[in-house]
Ligand binder design. Structure first.
Ligand code: SF4
Ligand code: SF4
Ligand code: FES
Length: 547
């Protein structure tokens, strides 16, 4: 439990955490205070001099930087005194002196601290009488994903601290002195580290921008939906940012105990996959059919088979609701395949398991032992195989996939629930199009046993495309659309939660922002192992994206 002390800000008393600095004390109580170089998850730098406040000291009143000054019991702080305001304005005026002010063509416009701080704390009259000093190049190719505009840089050193202290790949530095100082790549360097996209997020101005997002959308058109990254078992908290049913970027969402406010480039630039190779129409032997015919055909075909002859195969890519539907409605012949963990991994965030919900399959008690099913397939005892959201025929080095390929002729009916046109589509009798995780509500459990929700961001192309859990329910129970018990996957979650003590008190829309820590063995270490950067997030402070 953090020790609290009382300080006086602008003549009013507030309780704040004992070890926080004045910026953090203000943030905890939503007291506006300008800043550029301060960032909640980076070491304090004190370089921009814009967070000026006036404080009472034994030597008298003093104007100082708030981010470098720790609070003390009884401290009197003024963010709005005449001297504090004058100091804030003049620091801002210096930063804007040589700024190109090319906001109309700058990707940061709309989420730029320079714009926001000018309107909130500046509003001075323009006083420059001499020519502007040009600080260097525009649109320099600085990295695999990064474009650098040197003249927009305000030298806050956020990017430098991020690369030096978190990723530990020094690639950028400030060169020259005085008014000639500018941000630059180190000689022979190119930004290639696997977390490079974060530098564009934290750059308070448009000096670092993403090649994948430049000139694609104005940020004020984007809607943000709370979700998670599904590219590895870490399950970083993200926003899906979209407009007109198209995803334009993934942005990390603040979660202090998980990804803090970072994400890797592998996850960040996977957003395009949501729109690639989609399948929207049901297929019967590769011919398009209607959803009505699809579900009628499947119901007829499965009716004649005993439940022991029907096998269900899922992977660690599906949501908890899908696993629950499998366990509840689909009988005992359901297995979850775990492909080998072969992705890149490190001590920050990335995990080798390139799938999001192996823990969910464990939580719901899905069988992972495939030998009994392999035996049944080889002996021709499986009359129908339903594959759920897993490109089984694209799995390499997997004994089940191998057995399936060799014995596929022994299974008379193969049905595949998928959102994507992949290799397996061509090998089955019926294809049931389902929604991507961005088109439905759902929950996932990451490798450190945190259950998080992923909310629906997009509308599916066709109204009859269901979430996989609902399509499974329909297939397993033979229900027709008008008979269905679930109209949204969140209703499936609301049903399943009643069976688990840890979930019972949270309806889908009440699942906390930072997830629910489950009491089950973890599959991985906590993130940021060995990275010692102090940060102080007061529980009353607004999330970074909203402050
Ligand atoms: S490039 Fe951006 S983050 Fe880096 S020092 Fe300049 S303004 Fe700060
Ligand atoms: S570490 Fe994993 S979950 Fe996090 S952004 Fe990267 S791929 Fe996604
Ligand atoms: S934010 Fe405090 S000196 Fe930059």
């Amino acid at each position: 439990m953090q020790k609290m002390i009382t300080v006086n800000i602008n003549n009013q008393e507030y309780e704040v955490q004992e070890d926080c600095n004045i910026v953090e004390a203000c943030d905890a109580h939503n007291i506006p205070l300008q800043r550029f170089c301060y960032h909640r998850y980076l070491p304090v730098d004190g370089s921009c001099r814009t967070c000026m406040v006036e404080i009472e000291t034994p030597q008298g009143m003093m104007v100082t930087t708030a981010c470098t000054t720790k609070v003390k019991p009884g401290m009197a702080i003024y963010t709005n005194s005449e001297k504090a305001v004058a100091a804030q304005k003049s620091a801002l005026e210096f930063l804007l002196l040589d700024h190109p002010l090319d906001c109309p063509i700058c990707d940061k416009a709309g989420e730029c601290l320079l714009q926001d701080n000018y309107f909130d704390f500046g509003r001075y009259d323009f006083r420059r009488t001499v020519a502007r000093y040009f600080k260097g190049g525009k649109a320099l190719n600085a990295g695999e994903h990064i474009v650098l505009d040197q003249e927009r840089c305000i030298l806050c050193r956020r990017c430098i601290r991020f690369f030096d202290e978190i990723v530990r790949t020094p690639e950028l530095g400030i060169i020259s002195r005085g008014h000639e100082s500018s941000i630059s790549l180190f000689p022979e360097k190119f930004i290639r580290n696997p977390y490079s996209g974060n530098s564009a997020d934290i750059c308070p101005v448009g000096a670092l921008t993403l090649k994948e997002f430049r000139f694609k959308q104005r940020v004020w058109f984007l809607k943000k939906t709370k979700s998670i990254c599904t590219q590895c078992a870490r399950g970083c908290s993200i926003y899906i940012e979209h407009n007109k049913n198209t995803v334009w970027r993934f942005m990390p969402r603040e979660n202090p105990a998980l990804n803090r406010v970072w994400m890797c480039d592998r996850g960040r630039f996977s957003f395009n996959k949501l729109h690639e190779k989609r399948i929207f129409t049901p297929l019967k032997h590769q011919e398009e059919i209607s959803f009505n015919q699809l579900y009628d055909d499947i119901a007829e075909l499965l009716k004649t088979r005993r439940s022991g002859e029907i096998a269900w195969v899922v992977g660690p890519f599906s949501s908890n609701e899908t696993y629950y539907a499998l366990k509840t409605y689909c009988g005992d012949n359901a297995v979850c395949l775990m492909p080998p963990a072969s992705g890149e991994r490190d001590d920050l965030l990335m995990l080798a398991e390139e799938y999001p919900n192996a823990q969910g399959a464990t939580f719901f008690g899905l069988q992972t032992e495939t030998a009994p099913l392999i035996d049944k397939i080889q002996k021709g005892r499986i009359a129908a195989l339903i594959i759920v959201e897993m490109d089984l025929f694209n799995l390499r080095n997997d004994s089940f996939a191998q057995c399936l390929m060799e014995n596929i002729h022994k299974i008379p009916l193969k049905i595949y629930l998928t959102a994507y046109r992949d290799e397996t589509v061509a090998r089955v009798d019926y294809v049931v199009p389902v929604r991507t995780y961005a088109e439905t509500n759902g929950t996932f459990i990451n490798a450190t046993s945190l259950l998080q929700k992923a909310c629906q961001a997009l509308v599916p192309e066709h109204p009859d495309i269901d979430a996989a859990c609902i399509a499974l329910y329909t297939i397993a129970t033979g229900a027709r659309k008008h008979q269905r018990r679930y109209s949204d996957a969140s209703e499936m979650y609301d049903k399943l939660r009643s069976h688990y003590d840890e979930l019972r008190s949270f309806q889908f829309n009440q699942i906390p922002e930072y997830g629910i820590a489950l009491n089950m063995p973890k599959r991985a270490d906590e993130p940021f192992k060995g990275i010692h950067v102090d940060f102080n997030v007061c529980s009353t402070a607004k999330p970074l994206e909203e402050s």
